[in-house]
Design a protein around this ligand. Structure first.
Ligand SMILES: [Zn+2]
Ligand SMILES: [Zn+2]
Length: 75
């Protein structure tokens, strides 16, 4: 990780719905990771879950409707 990235690294921060209850530990573990890792965020304005893309790599997100780890529909 370069120092430029470290200034706005998202690791340790989360974007989660108020009543978040993770479907599995793996999903929960990826809600506070760096965007260069696998990072899941709840985007309230869009009312959906997204795989965050690092701003360094273009930004934005990829919508997901099911947990990629256990297959549970995300709400
Ligand atoms: Zn980072
Ligand atoms: Zn899961």
């Amino acid at each position: 990780m370069d120092t430029e990235h470290a200034k706005y690294c998202l690791e340790g921060t989360t974007c989660l719905p108020d009543n978040f209850e993770p479907c599995c530990d793996i999903f929960a573990g990826h809600t506070a990771t760096c965007a260069f890792d696998l990072r899941y965020e709840w985007w309230g304005a869009a009312k959906g879950w997204y795989i965050r893309i690092a701003d360094d790599a273009g930004g934005g997100g990829i919508t997901i409707a099911w947990c990629p780890h256990c297959g549970t529909p995300l709400s």
